[in-house]
Design a protein around this ligand. Sequence first.
Ligand code: J2J
Length: 535
Amino acid sequence: MTDFTPWPEKFTQLYRKKGYWIDEPLTHGLRAQVSLHPDACAIQCGARTISYADLDQMSSGLAVRLLAHGLVPGERAVVQLPNCAEFYITFFALLKAGIMPVNALFNHRALELRAYVEQLQPTLLIGSHAHPLFKDDVFATELREISKALKLCLYLDDPNPQTDLHQWMQADGASTITFPDVKPNDVAFYQLSGGSTGTPKLIPRTHNDYDYSVRASAEICALTPQTRFLCALPAPHNYVLSSPGALGVFFAGGTVVMADNPEPNLCFNIMKQHHVTMAALVPSAVGLWLEAVRDGLHPPESLELLQVGGASFAEALARQVPEALGCQLQQVFGMAEGLVNYTRLDDSDGRIFTTQGRPICDDDEIRVRDADGHDCADGETGQLWVRGPYTFRGYFRSPLHNETAFDSEGFYHSGDLVLRDADGYIRVVGRVKDQINRGGEKIAAEEVEGLLLRHPEVLEAALVAQPDARLGERGCAVLVTRNPVRAVALRRHLIDQGVAEYKLPDRIVFVDNMPLTAVGKINKRALRDTILAIQ
Ligand code: J2J
């Protein structure tokens, strides 16, 4: 089974020749800023100010200690940290040490973490006791059984200095060590896929491809050392990590200001206190910010640019942003698998309000195809296929899934329904993948259905999207059961299996029979109508 599918040689050469891939490790952007202005603030985390020199030294300190402990470049790690400076320090430390992490979301639970550990067989786990799974050693012990290679577990704020992450970040001697040479075409880390399948899939991202997407994004968004970026979405998410996200800000010498979540009172206070100039939100959070302003809360005057992406953003809301929040809007349509589109800062209002932008790169090859694989004309709705210098070529160890996710020419099928105008601007109008987009959080229907079907009373299960004014969509489980079961019992059943809370169906509906398609599959389109009819 392939861990990583490389780009064919022809493309590798092209992307190098065009200057997209510059054969530098993903840490090079940070290195440059450390030497330019070591004392500038890289991260504002609550009252803590982490300078570029601190970020560099602490990440080197951790990297040195990990290697001295016997971890070996090429090994893998599972990391689960909340939104805090240590997330980035750890990320850079692992890049320096050549250890490839997956950064789990903080709201992931046992099911997701088990799946990552099972797939990656990590030697290192970095977590936080603030997470319910790591309040004692029980779950970590279970993970050690799943990955026999797991030799070190470190925790944020661990009372035991031997395993306290901060202790491991002490910089002693770090500056004298040389780190292993990383090969820029190797995997730097694994990104999380929103997924549409039963088990969460991992996306290998290389130094070269990720570095390009970050560098180019920072340029498109005109980031400078004066940029003060609010990270209020989960830090590991591809959007706030790389579009241009925290990495883009570090590469430009700006400041990342951390917030636990996008709640408007919290964020407005933080933004005012730290003069935030730019923020990235999902549409459901923008809804909350606009509502707060209508209720009399003053938006921060320093805010210049608000990025909105991750889920469909209604034009009516988009139009309100500049006046209500006193800033420019930028729409972002991206995916952890690669392709990212932005409206440009100098685009007309019409484009900014009604499209999700155009790709980063001229060599992002976009195909809009109908269900039979034929190319659609400009302005016609079809399925998005893409290949390019930062769109991956295969999921980690998923040969079967890769067969359908890619065509024979290496184009990736994102599962989005889009239309593209003659200038290459894209509008997302729906999707064909079996996924719920719950306020930007992606839920693979098949995963939740599989868990529901493990309940002894459940005969058939389908998770479908139901429109929701606040979240855009909610998950509705439609079930055929042997005997009546209470919804609370089913929720309990899901929680007991350790699934992340955001994946729990918001609503459970019972039916006698499932509507079927001509080929005998559950007809989800019909089900969506059914659940609306029985509101
Ligand atoms: C409609 N649907 C959108 C948009 C993403 C930048 C921004 C977002 C993501 C992300 C990202 C959308 N309108 N503006 O990784 O770097 C839906 C699509 C897409 C899926 C990807 C980035 N922006 N989507 O959201 O991997 O369905 O990445 O295929 O979480 O989100 O989800 P994800």
